[in-house]
Design a binder for this molecule. Structure first.
Ligand SMILES: *Cc1c(COP(=O)(O)O)cnc(C)c1O
Length: 369
């Protein structure tokens, strides 16, 4: 028998019979989209689970980024990180905003707050950080800088589902936070996402903007997009929410095994849990020091691949290296030394709720030789 491929992730799927029961309800009601009953239930259930006051569902994790910028009327320049999924910066492009890349800190892979001020110009209107791998950014320091210069803060929290700091949701930081419920994320609704806001008036405005700007049957208040979530995905999301805690616990066990087994391997660095943080174990990045490890990151990556162990080089290349952005002054490699180095060191190991002991042994054997 061929050895099975071990993928970097595996989607959390609801029980099919339970899902079918909900589909029957949808078929009977004939209400399939436009704020149906499951949509309302999911918004309520998610805001309770995530401990946030208001949240609007979206059809993916990119449109809430685009909509947040539109809702806050962000223009000019926005300070952001090159070390993320490309959608973070694309959301700026879609709003005609110039991205300004600032380097990251090695300890979190998030934007380095101490390098933000030097990038602020009279055109800067906001900061868009990413809680990379679900590791909380230094939100306190970022807010101090934002307040000093009158900037908005929009967090791309696509990786930070369920992450708390001292019992409080990380999603309450800044002016708004966005989530992705894509199949590869800790919690998924097939495709999906959400925008977290702090007050009811803003939530209402967001709901208009994700429905073409309609504020009533005959009133359109803005050039909104269509990002309405249908009942099928909302039902799926309700079922997955019931099992996400168990999935996070299973991931935590995987992280514990990785740490235990890799602790004494020279040239392999990884993150520990942060004090006071409830992590979601969405990713398990390791960082390879080629000299100490005796092999480069890419050599290890392809060795793993040849043994059907599929890690992913999140985030390589940097967003600032893609053709759309590499001409920007802030995309210059000298401006981003830490991000450059980390992008060449990182491999995210397979991480999901279904990895078996045998899988883990195969993965670890690739690394430990
Ligand atoms: C997944 C992801 C997104 C985009 O989410 P989609 O649901 O795929 O549109 C945005 N930012 C980051 C950091 C992501 O990882």
């Amino acid at each position: 028998m061929d050895t099975q491929q071990i993928t970097v992730t595996s989607p959390l799927l609801p029980n099919l019979e339970d899902f079918n029961e909900m589909l029957k309800e949808i078929w009977a009601s004939k209400w399939i989209t436009n704020n149906g009953q499951f949509h309302k239930q999911l918004e309520k259930a998610l805001s309770e689970y995530l401990k946030v006051p208001y949240l609007s569902l979206f059809t993916n994790g990119t449109l809430p980024l685009i909509t947040a910028l539109q809702a806050l009327r962000i223009t000019g320049e926005v300070i952001t990180t090159p070390y993320s999924f490309v959608a973070t910066t694309h959301s700026l492009w879609w709003n005609g905003i110039k991205p300004v890349f600032v380097d990251i800190e090695e300890s979190t892979c998030g934007i380095d707050p101490e390098k933000i001020e030097a990038a602020i110009t009279p055109k800067t209107t906001a900061i868009m950080p990413v809680h990379c791998y679900g590791k909380p950014c230094n939100t306190k320091r970022i807010q101090e800088i934002a307040d000093k210069y009158g900037l908005k803060v929009i967090y791309d929290a696509a990786h930070a589902f369920g992450v708390d700091v001292n019992g409080e949701s990380i999603l309450n930081a800044g002016d708004m936070s966005t989530l992705s419920f894509h199949a590869t994320k800790v919690y998924n609704t097939l495709e999906g996402g959400a925008l977290v806001v702090h007050d009811e008036v803003t939530k209402k405005r967001i709901d208009y903007l994700k429905n073409f700007g309609f504020a009533g049957e005959t009133v359109v208040v803005a050039p909104g997009i269509n990002s309405k979530v249908d009942e099928v995905r909302a039902a799926y999301g309700l079922l997955n929410l019931k099992q996400v805690d168990a999935a996070i616990s299973a991931r935590q066990k995987v992280a514990q095994i990785y740490r235990q087994e890799l602790r004494d391997v020279p040239g392999v660095r990884f993150f520990e849990d942060m004090a006071g943080v409830r992590h979601n174990y969405s990713y398990f990045p390791i960082f390879i020091n080629a000299e100490k490890f005796g092999m480069s990151r890419d050599e290890l990556y392809f060795k793993m691949k040849s043994q059907k162990v599929l890690g992913r080089r999140y985030f390589y290349p940097l967003i600032s290296d893609f053709s759309t952005y590499r001409g920007l002054p802030s995309a210059a490699p000298e401006n981003l030394p830490v991000a450059k180095r980390i992008a060449n060191e990182v491999i995210c190991l397979p991480m999901h709720h279904e990895l078996s002991e045998n899988d883990l042994e195969r993965i670890l054997n690739c690394i430990k030789k």
